[in-house]
Design a protein around this ligand. Structure first.
Ligand code: ZN
Length: 344
């Protein structure tokens, strides 16, 4: 359709616009809560706390540690920690949490191996997870957060979309390498303390913060005793009540909290979608042009300005009526969609 000429007057043109929000629901930042090693305490303590705040997280498992039932395991020479079994993993998956790979073995990937060999090693755990959950496994948390350029290339070759390392910082809104995502580790119950944790959150404004957790042992538990006895400083463990306080703090930020695959997909879609807008009498049309396929199923949030106080919005043929008292609408649509906004 050819836009009518009189809509080209500058004054009118200003009152129509559409753009893709950096983050879902136009939130000020994105945060992913991630767990390593599939410690049973994550299921026992973190899972209910996450549910309380309606957060979905990313849980990564080591293939050879994951059995039909919860069981004890460790690297040679380390004390054994109870790990989740497949029933707990499936429950988390069914509840909307992401299940990621943490290597079939809890060993650093050898960067000197040929990329194909490395990729085959990585693929083993991906295939295992997909067989048990019946869903694609998108994300790898490298064992010991140990990753080089070669590791990242191998992860991509193995079919992962995202890879998480350490680095103790956050990611920009458009990370340069999705297979080298940075994260901040919770080292023990007081590192970070609550004020440092708050600082992390404040610094993440506009960006993507990935938090890395391991175990949640209660005060007085056998495991905390062992760690204290051996004077382990970085226990990678915290008390469930500390985790609860951190989650409460996170909830208060109004940031978008979602698994790595969800935030990652949103970023890819945002980068691969261009808006084409058309105006004509009583109508504003937005097309989300993309080169992506339909496996990109995270709706993008659009900030749309139209001057009409009441509008009907048709997204791919499905119609809704909105009051538009602020002059700005937040709309959700998948890449490839067509949106028709009509004056009511
Ligand atoms: Zn680990």
């Amino acid at each position: 359709m050819v836009p009518f000429l009189w809509w080209a007057s500058p004054l009118t043109a200003q009152s129509f616009s559409a753009e893709i929000c950096t983050w879902k629901d136009d939130r000020p930042a994105a945060v992913s809560i991630t767990f390593d090693d599939a410690s049973y305490t994550q299921y026992e303590y973190a899972y209910p706390i996450l549910s309380k705040y309606h957060f979905k997280a990313t849980f990564s498992l080591v293939g050879e540690w994951t059995k039909e039932e919860a069981s004890y395991s460790a690297e040679p020479g380390m004390f054994q920690i109870k790990k989740m079994g497949w029933p707990q993993i499936r429950r988390l998956h069914q509840d909307g949490h992401e299940i990621a790979s943490h290597g079939y073995r809890h060993q650093r990937y050898d960067r000197h191996l040929p990329i194909d060999t490395l990729a085959a090693q990585m693929k083993k755990n991906k295939t295992l997870i997909e067989r048990h959950t019946g869903a694609p496994c998108y994300t790898i948390h490298y064992p010991y957060s140990f990753a080089w350029d070669e590791t990242a290339s191998a992860a991509q070759k193995a079919g992962f979309w995202f890879g998480r390392t350490g680095d103790d910082t956050d990611n920009s809104a458009t990370p340069s390498n999705l297979w080298m995502l940075k994260s901040r580790a919770i080292l023990n119950d007081t590192i970070p303390d609550l004020s440092a944790f708050k600082e992390w959150l404040e610094q993440a404004r506009g960006k993507w913060l990935i938090l890395m957790y391991h175990h949640l042992f209660p005060k007085g538990s056998k495991e905390m005793h062992i760690l204290e006895y051996h004077k382990v400083r970085n226990t990678y463990s915290l008390y469930p009540e500390t985790f609860d306080k951190q989650m409460q703090m996170l909830a208060q930020t109004g940031y978008w909290v979602a698994p790595i695959k969800t935030v990652g997909k949103y970023i890819i879609e945002r980068q691969h979608t261009r808006l084409r807008t058309y105006r004509c009498i009583g109508r504003f049309i937005i097309k989300l042009k993309t080169d992506l396929g339909n496996e990109y199923d995270e709706p993008l949030t659009l900030r749309v300005k139209v001057p009409w106080p009441q509008v009907s919005v048709k997204i791919n043929g499905k119609e809704n009526v909105y009051a538009n008292t602020q002059g700005t609408l937040l709309l959700e649509a998948l890449p490839g969609s067509k949106i028709v906004i009509k004056k009511q």
